[in-house]
Design a protein around this ligand. Structure first.
Ligand SMILES: Cc1ncc(COP(=O)(O)O)c(C=O)c1O
Length: 488
């Protein structure tokens, strides 16, 4: 995002609407390596937090004396750190208004509106090919159509047998659910967009993770939401920050992906889920929980119960989809919520469409009967691909630091330098399309990251990494210089 627009945002909001107190910032800084001079270590740590989106832009930093007290250093040290951050355009200050974070220009180019050419390798789209058995299920669905063609074919809440199958799957996962709680949509994105459309008014605060799924951000922005972010890394959520966010903003809605979070792969544990629902209840927040890849565990082990299992008052709307488990070409998703909310979602849908395709829903219903086999097949396939991609990265790009996700479809790779935008542009010239970190940030942060989907077979992934390595060498030889020097 251009510095000017961030600055305008800061000016509109009077210079930093989110605050971070000295104790919390000191704790986040404390995770960074300590070096001398200490003011520079503090400054670099804060700039890293801003670039990673863990301290969002437009956050008001604590007064110098408060941070100094929390860190146990002299006020002069913090004054020097803030001065460095100002010189390097991570911080703006106004007499009497304090100091708030901003983002320096990143050199990120605009994403192309066109998809990759056919011979290119697309690591940006996290969508696997259809599971075995899809064709057979579709043929059976076509045969069954005879029983439906005499009727109107409009099922605005979803095909009854599919609502049953989805509810039964929740029961199997430990969450009592009736078919009346299921609203079938044309994919998860429609569920997210409808929930946001229904619940968010212009100006409402909406809490999202940083990084997160970009089309959910689109939906929230379109509704006129004021986006607030909470950081998540492959190690998980900073729960203190999350609790603080609910208490400070009391957001109208929070959108989270607790299962193999897109793009970090983080998995929220049971205790954290309990805390999340508790804080949402206290703050009066609707929780939209995106479970798009919840069924895509790669490594064995018990999975936590769905977030909605901790909800006693219908505060959680759980969004699901068959796109990643079965096939994206089956446009079938759903929202699990209370029956009254199902009715409201159905009314809201009518502005956009009236019902989903019967043939797709019949096909999905058949495949649900076979869900355990399909899960095992996906898990094998994704483990093979993930490990192949990790191996290739280790060999060809050993200074990158990819996570090792326990599920989902993507790696989140940390780069040694904040060059994701320039590298992605160079990669396209080498015929490979990664997704640059800033795509997943609410405010253009995350230049140190790339998201790489491992939905393709090992030989294709190895070829893709060769191309990425060539693009990386080229990027380092001709870096796009951000305005102001970055030390991260
Ligand atoms: C987290 C998340 N939510 C929603 C979607 C959209 O899913 P669908 O194709 O079911 O609309 C995706 C697809 O990439 C996703 O990763």
């Amino acid at each position: 995002m251009a510095r000017q627009s961030v600055q305008r945002a800061a000016e509109r909001s009077g210079g930093g609407t989110r605050r971070i107190n000295g104790r919390l910032l000191a704790r986040l800084i404390g995770e960074a390596p300590v070096e001398r001079p200490y003011y520079l270590a503090i400054a670099k740590a804060v700039s890293g937090l801003v670039l990673d989106g863990r301290v969002p832009s437009n956050t008001r930093l604590p007064a110098e004396r408060d941070l100094a007290a929390a860190l146990g250093v002299s006020r002069n040290t913090v004054t020097a750190a803030y001065a460095w951050l100002r010189d390097n355009r991570f911080l703006e200050s106004r007499q009497g208004a304090g100091s708030w974070t901003v983002l320096p220009d990143s050199g990120t180019s605009e994403p192309s509106p066109f998809g990759p050419a056919a011979e290119h390798i697309d690591l940006g789209l996290a969508a696997p090919a259809a599971v075995d058995g899809l064709r057979a299920a579709a043929l059976r669905a076509a045969e069954q159509l005879a029983a439906h063609v005499g009727g109107l074919g409009y099922y605005p809440y979803g095909l009854p047998e599919l609502r049953h199958a989805i509810a039964r799957r929740y029961v199997e996962r430990g969450l009592p659910t009736t078919p009346e709680q299921i609203f079938v949509t044309n994919g998860a994105q429609q569920g997210v967009a409808l929930a946001v459309d229904l619940l968010v008014q212009p100006g409402d605060e909406v809490l999202v993770e940083s990084p997160t799924y970009p089309h959910a951000l689109d939906a929230a922005r379109h509704a006129g939401a004021r986006l607030r972010t909470v950081g998540v890394t492959p190690q998980g959520w900073d729960m203190e920050y999350l609790v603080d966010a609910f208490r400070q903003w009391r957001p109208r809605l929070a959108y989270l992906i607790p299962d193999f979070q897109n793009p970090t792969g983080a998995l929220m544990d049971d205790d954290e889920r309990r805390v999340l629902v508790r804080e949402a209840r206290r703050a009066g927040t609707h929780l939209v929980i995106d479970e798009s890849v919840a069924e895509l565990a790669i490594d064995s082990g018990d999975l936590p119960a769905p977030v909605a299992a901790h909800d006693t008052e219908g505060r959680v709307l759980t969004v699901g989809s068959v796109a990643k488990l079965l096939w994206g070409g089956l446009r079938v998703g759903w929202v699990r919520t209370t029956p009254p909310m199902v009715a409201r979602l159905m009314a809201a849908r009518q502005r956009f469409d009236l019902a989903g395709a019967v043939l797709d829903q019949l096909t999905a219903t058949h495949l649900f009967a076979d869900v355990m086999r399909i899960r095992a097949e996906r898990s094998r396939q994704l483990r093979r691909n993930r490990d192949a991609l990790l191996r290739a990265l280790r060999e060809r790009l050993p200074d990158w630091r990819p996570n090792v996700p326990g599920g989902g479809l993507v790696l989140w790779a940390a780069l040694p330098q904040p060059v994701a935008g320039a590298l992605s542009a160079a990669a396209v010239r080498h015929g490979v399309h990664p997704a640059a970190g800033p795509v997943f940030g609410a405010d253009g942060t995350l230049e140190r990251y790339l998201r790489l989907a491992y939905t393709q077979p090992p030989d294709v992934l190895a070829d893709a990494v060769e191309r990425l390595a060539a693009a990386y060498t080229q990027t380092l030889a001709h870096p796009v210089q951000p305005r102001g020097q970055l030390y991260v």
